[in-house]
Ligand binder design. Structure first.
Ligand code: FES
Length: 101
């Protein structure tokens, strides 16, 4: 499938997250001090939109009930085996591209 455009960089400044919809589902884009990361945007607890949550460093907090996810590794604090899918992400000419594979 390769990289697909999902948004523009201006919509996700450093220290923030952005929920985007793709043909393969929602993705949360996180800007950690200028470096982009992308994880599955649907919270495994009860479907919360992770990209609408608060980003603290590299920790993304679900806006529904506060489960937290490391947006670099996808790992959650809510369970040992709980890991969101992570995706390659890049910015080019002000646009954001994600590879959902
Ligand atoms: S839906 Fe994310 S913590 Fe409940």
């Amino acid at each position: 499938m390769g990289f697909v455009k999902v948004g523009v960089l201006d919509d996700v400044p450093p220290g923030s997250a952005l929920q985007v919809e793709t043909a393969d589902g929602a993705v949360a884009i996180c800007n950690v001090e200028g470096e982009l990361h992308a994880i599955d945007g649907i919270c495994p607890h009860s479907g919360g939109p992770l990209g609408e949550g608060a980003l603290h460093g590299r920790i993304l907090v679900c806006p529904f009930h506060g489960w937290a996810f490391d947006c670099v590794t996808g790992l959650s604090d809510a369970g040992d085996n709980l890991r969101q899918a992570t995706y390659p992400v890049k910015a080019e000419n002000g646009d954001i591209f994600v590879n959902l594979r």
